[in-house]
Design a protein around this ligand. Sequence first.
Ligand SMILES: *Cc1c(COP(=O)(O)O)cnc(C)c1O
Length: 223
Amino acid sequence: MTDVKKNLHRVLDSLPQGVQLVAISKFHPNEQILAAYEEGQRVFGESHEQELKLKHETLPSDIQWHFIGHLQTNKVKYIVPYITMIEAVDSLKLLREINKQSVKVGRVTDVLLELHLAEEATKYGLTLDDCRQLLDEGEWREMAGVRICGLMMMASNVDDESQIRKEMLTAADFFDEVKAHYFADKEYFQHRSWGMSDDYPIAVECRSTMVRIGTTIFGERQY
Ligand SMILES: *Cc1c(COP(=O)(O)O)cnc(C)c1O
Protein backbone atom coordinates (compact mmCIF):
# COMPACT_ATOMS: atom_id res chain seq x y z
CA MET A 1 0.00 0.00 0.00
CA THR A 2 1.03 3.57 -0.64
CA ASP A 3 2.87 5.11 2.27
CA VAL A 4 0.80 8.29 2.41
CA LYS A 5 2.52 9.63 5.51
CA LYS A 6 6.01 9.25 4.09
CA ASN A 7 4.98 10.73 0.74
CA LEU A 8 3.23 13.65 2.41
CA HIS A 9 6.30 14.56 4.45
CA ARG A 10 8.52 14.27 1.39
CA VAL A 11 6.33 16.74 -0.44
CA LEU A 12 6.01 19.11 2.52
CA ASP A 13 9.78 19.06 3.09
CA SER A 14 10.34 19.99 -0.54
CA LEU A 15 8.06 23.05 -0.50
CA PRO A 16 9.53 26.45 0.24
CA GLN A 17 7.94 28.61 2.91
CA GLY A 18 4.86 30.40 1.70
CA VAL A 19 3.71 27.58 -0.57
CA GLN A 20 0.56 25.87 0.65
CA LEU A 21 -0.18 22.24 -0.10
CA VAL A 22 -3.64 21.24 -1.27
CA ALA A 23 -3.66 17.43 -1.05
CA ILE A 24 -5.76 16.25 -3.99
CA SER A 25 -7.72 13.30 -2.65
CA LYS A 26 -10.19 12.65 -5.47
CA PHE A 27 -10.78 8.94 -6.05
CA HIS A 28 -8.82 8.07 -2.90
CA PRO A 29 -10.56 6.49 0.08
CA ASN A 30 -11.15 8.08 3.47
CA GLU A 31 -8.48 5.97 5.18
CA GLN A 32 -5.79 7.50 2.98
CA ILE A 33 -7.10 10.99 3.65
CA LEU A 34 -7.08 10.25 7.37
CA ALA A 35 -3.47 9.09 7.15
CA ALA A 36 -2.53 12.54 5.84
CA TYR A 37 -4.87 14.23 8.33
CA GLU A 38 -3.12 12.48 11.21
CA GLU A 39 0.14 14.05 10.05
CA GLY A 40 -1.44 17.48 10.29
CA GLN A 41 -2.62 18.05 6.73
CA ARG A 42 -5.93 19.95 6.75
CA VAL A 43 -6.39 21.22 3.20
CA PHE A 44 -7.72 18.72 0.65
CA GLY A 45 -9.00 19.09 -2.89
CA GLU A 46 -11.79 17.26 -4.68
CA SER A 47 -13.31 17.59 -8.12
CA HIS A 48 -16.70 15.86 -7.94
CA GLU A 49 -19.59 17.19 -5.94
CA GLN A 50 -21.03 13.82 -4.90
CA GLU A 51 -17.72 12.36 -3.81
CA LEU A 52 -16.89 15.54 -1.92
CA LYS A 53 -20.25 15.48 -0.15
CA LEU A 54 -19.68 11.93 1.09
CA LYS A 55 -16.18 12.72 2.30
CA HIS A 56 -17.25 15.97 3.91
CA GLU A 57 -19.95 14.13 5.83
CA THR A 58 -17.73 11.29 7.03
CA LEU A 59 -14.36 12.94 7.68
CA PRO A 60 -13.27 15.39 10.42
CA SER A 61 -15.09 18.70 10.27
CA ASP A 62 -11.96 20.83 10.46
CA ILE A 63 -10.82 19.70 7.02
CA GLN A 64 -10.71 22.62 4.60
CA TRP A 65 -12.08 21.47 1.27
CA HIS A 66 -11.11 23.06 -2.02
CA PHE A 67 -13.19 22.35 -5.09
CA ILE A 68 -10.68 22.06 -7.92
CA GLY A 69 -12.69 20.65 -10.82
CA HIS A 70 -15.03 22.06 -13.40
CA LEU A 71 -18.12 23.06 -11.46
CA GLN A 72 -21.56 23.00 -13.06
CA THR A 73 -23.78 25.86 -11.94
CA ASN A 74 -26.52 23.47 -10.79
CA LYS A 75 -24.07 21.90 -8.31
CA VAL A 76 -22.99 25.15 -6.68
CA LYS A 77 -25.75 25.18 -4.06
CA TYR A 78 -24.66 21.81 -2.71
CA ILE A 79 -21.07 22.76 -1.93
CA VAL A 80 -21.33 26.44 -0.99
CA PRO A 81 -22.50 25.76 2.60
CA TYR A 82 -19.22 24.10 3.55
CA ILE A 83 -16.55 24.69 0.89
CA THR A 84 -13.42 26.64 1.85
CA MET A 85 -12.41 27.60 -1.68
CA ILE A 86 -13.69 27.11 -5.21
CA GLU A 87 -10.53 27.14 -7.27
CA ALA A 88 -11.68 26.91 -10.81
CA VAL A 89 -14.10 29.71 -11.64
CA ASP A 90 -14.14 29.93 -15.42
CA SER A 91 -17.16 32.08 -16.22
CA LEU A 92 -19.16 35.05 -15.01
CA LYS A 93 -22.20 32.80 -14.95
CA LEU A 94 -20.54 30.49 -12.43
CA LEU A 95 -19.32 33.43 -10.35
CA ARG A 96 -22.86 34.84 -10.25
CA GLU A 97 -24.27 31.52 -9.08
CA ILE A 98 -21.64 31.14 -6.36
CA ASN A 99 -22.49 34.65 -5.20
CA LYS A 100 -26.22 33.99 -5.22
CA GLN A 101 -25.99 30.74 -3.28
CA SER A 102 -23.45 32.16 -0.83
CA VAL A 103 -25.62 35.16 -0.03
CA LYS A 104 -28.52 32.80 0.50
CA VAL A 105 -26.68 30.92 3.24
CA GLY A 106 -24.95 34.00 4.66
CA ARG A 107 -21.44 33.08 3.58
CA VAL A 108 -18.63 34.68 1.62
CA THR A 109 -17.01 32.10 -0.63
CA ASP A 110 -13.36 32.42 -1.55
CA VAL A 111 -12.71 31.71 -5.21
CA LEU A 112 -9.87 31.71 -7.71
CA LEU A 113 -10.25 32.57 -11.38
CA GLU A 114 -9.04 29.76 -13.61
CA LEU A 115 -6.84 30.72 -16.53
CA HIS A 116 -6.59 28.76 -19.73
CA LEU A 117 -3.01 28.98 -20.93
CA ALA A 118 -2.33 25.38 -21.85
CA GLU A 119 -2.28 24.29 -25.46
CA GLU A 120 -4.81 21.51 -24.98
CA ALA A 121 -8.20 22.52 -26.28
CA THR A 122 -9.84 20.34 -23.64
CA LYS A 123 -8.79 22.38 -20.63
CA TYR A 124 -11.28 24.77 -19.07
CA GLY A 125 -10.56 28.30 -18.02
CA LEU A 126 -10.55 31.92 -19.05
CA THR A 127 -8.13 33.29 -21.61
CA LEU A 128 -6.23 36.34 -20.38
CA ASP A 129 -8.57 38.53 -22.42
CA ASP A 130 -11.67 36.79 -21.04
CA CYS A 131 -10.33 37.35 -17.58
CA ARG A 132 -9.57 41.03 -18.19
CA GLN A 133 -13.04 41.45 -19.63
CA LEU A 134 -14.71 39.82 -16.65
CA LEU A 135 -12.81 42.04 -14.26
CA ASP A 136 -13.28 45.23 -16.32
CA GLU A 137 -16.98 44.65 -16.60
CA GLY A 138 -17.06 45.06 -12.82
CA GLU A 139 -20.14 43.14 -11.76
CA TRP A 140 -17.95 41.14 -9.35
CA ARG A 141 -17.42 44.27 -7.29
CA GLU A 142 -21.06 44.17 -6.25
CA MET A 143 -20.99 40.52 -5.25
CA ALA A 144 -21.17 40.37 -1.48
CA GLY A 145 -21.03 36.57 -1.48
CA VAL A 146 -17.72 36.02 -3.26
CA ARG A 147 -14.16 37.08 -2.73
CA ILE A 148 -11.75 36.67 -5.65
CA CYS A 149 -8.56 35.58 -3.93
CA GLY A 150 -6.25 34.89 -6.84
CA LEU A 151 -5.63 32.83 -9.95
CA MET A 152 -5.44 29.13 -10.75
CA MET A 153 -4.13 27.32 -13.81
CA MET A 154 -3.07 23.94 -15.14
CA ALA A 155 -0.03 23.91 -17.39
CA SER A 156 0.09 21.83 -20.55
CA ASN A 157 0.58 18.15 -19.93
CA VAL A 158 3.88 17.91 -21.85
CA ASP A 159 7.46 16.81 -21.23
CA ASP A 160 8.86 20.09 -22.47
CA GLU A 161 9.84 21.87 -19.29
CA SER A 162 10.33 25.18 -21.05
CA GLN A 163 6.74 25.12 -22.25
CA ILE A 164 5.43 24.50 -18.74
CA ARG A 165 7.66 27.21 -17.36
CA LYS A 166 6.52 29.67 -20.01
CA GLU A 167 2.86 29.12 -19.16
CA MET A 168 3.42 29.41 -15.43
CA LEU A 169 5.45 32.59 -15.80
CA THR A 170 2.74 34.04 -18.02
CA ALA A 171 0.26 33.29 -15.23
CA ALA A 172 2.58 34.88 -12.64
CA ASP A 173 3.00 38.04 -14.72
CA PHE A 174 -0.73 38.19 -15.29
CA PHE A 175 -1.28 37.88 -11.55
CA ASP A 176 0.83 41.01 -11.08
CA GLU A 177 -1.18 42.85 -13.71
CA VAL A 178 -4.52 41.88 -12.16
CA LYS A 179 -3.30 42.62 -8.65
CA ALA A 180 -2.15 46.10 -9.68
CA HIS A 181 -5.27 46.96 -11.69
CA TYR A 182 -8.05 45.57 -9.54
CA PHE A 183 -6.84 44.33 -6.18
CA ALA A 184 -3.94 46.57 -5.17
CA ASP A 185 -5.52 47.32 -1.80
CA LYS A 186 -6.92 43.83 -1.26
CA GLU A 187 -4.63 41.69 0.83
CA TYR A 188 -6.77 38.62 0.20
CA PHE A 189 -5.92 38.63 -3.49
CA GLN A 190 -2.74 36.66 -2.95
CA HIS A 191 -3.03 33.09 -4.27
CA ARG A 192 -1.31 31.62 -7.31
CA SER A 193 -2.47 28.04 -7.62
CA TRP A 194 -0.30 26.06 -10.04
CA GLY A 195 1.75 22.91 -9.84
CA MET A 196 0.63 19.27 -9.72
CA SER A 197 2.54 16.03 -9.13
CA ASP A 198 4.47 16.20 -12.39
CA ASP A 199 5.28 19.88 -12.45
CA TYR A 200 5.19 21.33 -8.95
CA PRO A 201 9.00 21.71 -8.66
CA ILE A 202 8.77 24.01 -11.70
CA ALA A 203 5.70 25.74 -10.27
CA VAL A 204 7.45 26.77 -7.06
CA GLU A 205 10.18 28.32 -9.19
CA CYS A 206 7.44 30.18 -11.06
CA ARG A 207 5.99 31.89 -8.00
CA SER A 208 3.25 29.41 -7.14
CA THR A 209 1.82 29.88 -3.65
CA MET A 210 -0.48 26.87 -3.75
CA VAL A 211 0.34 23.46 -5.20
CA ARG A 212 -2.30 20.79 -5.86
CA ILE A 213 -0.71 17.40 -5.46
CA GLY A 214 -2.49 14.06 -5.61
CA THR A 215 -0.61 11.15 -7.14
CA THR A 216 2.73 11.85 -5.47
CA ILE A 217 1.05 11.61 -2.07
CA PHE A 218 -1.71 9.04 -2.53
CA GLY A 219 -0.50 6.96 -5.48
CA GLU A 220 -2.27 6.29 -8.74
CA ARG A 221 -6.01 6.90 -8.76
CA GLN A 222 -8.30 3.90 -9.32
CA TYR A 223 -11.07 5.23 -11.55
C1 LIG B 1 -6.36 15.83 -10.25
C2 LIG B 1 -5.92 17.25 -10.23
C3 LIG B 1 -4.70 17.63 -9.63
C4 LIG B 1 -3.72 16.64 -9.03
O1 LIG B 1 -3.06 15.89 -10.03
P1 LIG B 1 -1.85 14.90 -9.66
O2 LIG B 1 -1.16 14.73 -10.96
O3 LIG B 1 -2.47 13.65 -9.16
O4 LIG B 1 -1.01 15.55 -8.63
C5 LIG B 1 -4.40 18.98 -9.58
N1 LIG B 1 -5.22 19.92 -10.10
C6 LIG B 1 -6.38 19.59 -10.70
C7 LIG B 1 -7.24 20.67 -11.24
C8 LIG B 1 -6.76 18.26 -10.78
O5 LIG B 1 -7.91 17.95 -11.39
